[in-house]
Design a binder for this molecule. Structure first.
Ligand code: SF4
Length: 380
């Protein structure tokens, strides 16, 4: 199992809180796409003999791609790599950049999952976040996707905005549920460095919510989504049964993935050695284009990940998602991770922070609230 990720680094306007690499113009789109196609070619040998079962176009705003541009990208991937017939093909969409025609064209190209960045249904909050769309446009985007035949829909929402009351957040969550998406990503607002939001916070113009409020909103989110039939399968991700993101699942399970585009990350395991290599691209379109024009890989750095580090990551990623698969760890690393009488594990079970289910150690909702602390307790 393996995945392909493509970073499309353009946005109509940067959002207040966002630290993903993107620029506010599509002027260099053509040179970027030419470079992207070159990069896809450079990894063909690496992907030989591997089945890729997910493709994810993220960004940035991949829904700024015209259908013909997306068609060329997907056709190139299909001729260069072995993509499984039932591959999950996701495009991230920003409401306000798509309409029914475009989505119908995307669907005809094989896109079978749309991840829509809605964030809020409250007009003041959308304005604060500097989103380019209204709540009505977000709702229209979901209905356009459905009528285009895209029935696997995910929405992104953000909670714990400064001064947000429980009622305001719960109203947004219910409006999201009313759209009947198959998947909801609900993130608390994080103040990332070097964003306009962090400057507002540092200058005292905006005060982040205290952690108790954030924790309370998180608990309410878990409760409401569970009541509505959503499985909580990662700290911030919820899905109705059968609709977990296969792409993200591959990331969390140390499956191989190739990332193309400026700032994209890749990970590849050395066969049978329990080691891997991670590398990432330069976060600059002009440097990315220049490097590929010279036939060079646009890497900025790489690291080799040894067995011990992989094991630590497996614990951390497993706790954040749907649990640590103890059988799989035993076969990948050659030993049973936690003996039956491990006192940290028995402590977590008796404190109601985790449960054991078919040899998988899974956090409970209370455990998710303490995920970082529990990870520290469990790391060898
Ligand atoms: S649209 Fe998405 S990628 Fe672009 S700035 Fe906003 S949050 Fe970031």
């Amino acid at each position: 199992m393996a995945s392909l990720y493509l970073h499309i680094p353009f946005c109509e306007k940067k959002c207040l809180y966002c630290d993903f690499y993107s620029i506010e113009t599509v002027a260099p789109m053509e040179s970027f796409l030419a470079a992207l196609h070159k990069e896809i070619d450079l990894y063909v040998d690496q992907g030989k003999g591997i089945s890729f079962e997910t493709i994810f176009l993220g960004g940035g705003t991949p829904s700024l791609l015209e259908p013909a541009q997306l068609e060329n990208i997907l056709a190139h991937l299909h001729t260069s790599y072995s993509i499984t017939p039932d591959a999950e093909i996701t495009v991230e969409a920003n409401p306000g950049t798509v309409d029914k025609e475009k989505l119908r064209a995307y669907r005809s190209l094989g896109v079978n999952r749309l991840s829509v960045g809605i964030q809020s249904f409250d007009s003041e909050e959308l304005k604060f976040l500097s989103r380019i769309h209204t709540a009505e446009e977000a709702i229209a985007c979901i209905s356009a996707a459905r009528s285009a035949g895209i029935n696997n829909l995910s929405i992104d929402l953000i909670y714990s905005l400064p001064g947000q009351t429980d009622e305001r957040w719960i109203e947004t969550l219910h409006k999201g549920l009313a759209l009947s998406p198959q998947h909801i990503s609900a993130y608390s607002l994080i103040v990332e460095e070097n964003t306009p939001l962090s400057r507002l916070v540092h200058s005292g113009q905006v005060s982040p919510n205290p952690t108790e409020i954030e924790a309370r909103l998180y608990e309410r989110t878990m409760e409401i989504l569970a009541k509505n039939g959503f499985e909580h399968y990662e700290v911030s991700n919820y899905a109705v049964p059968g609709f977990r993101s296969r792409h993200n699942y591959n990331y969390w399970n140390h499956e191989n993935y190739l990332g193309f585009g400026p700032s994209a990350h890749s990970f590849w395991k050395a066969t049978g050695e329990g080691k891997g290599r991670r590398w990432w691209n330069i976060a600059s379109i002009s440097h990315y284009v220049d490097r590929l024009a010279k036939g060079e890989l646009p890497l900025v750095s790489q690291e080799f990940v040894g067995r011990e580090e992989l094991l630590h990551e497996r614990i951390m990623l497993g706790l954040r998602s749907d649990g640590i698969d103890l059988n799989r760890c035993a076969s990948d690393f050659g030993f049973r991770l936690f003996p039956v009488d491990n006192h940290v594990v028995t402590g977590l079970l008796s404190e109601g922070l985790a449960r054991l289910e078919r040899d998988r150690l899974i956090l409970t909702p209370t455990g998710y609230l303490l995920c970082d602390e529990i990870t520290r307790r469990l790391l060898p």
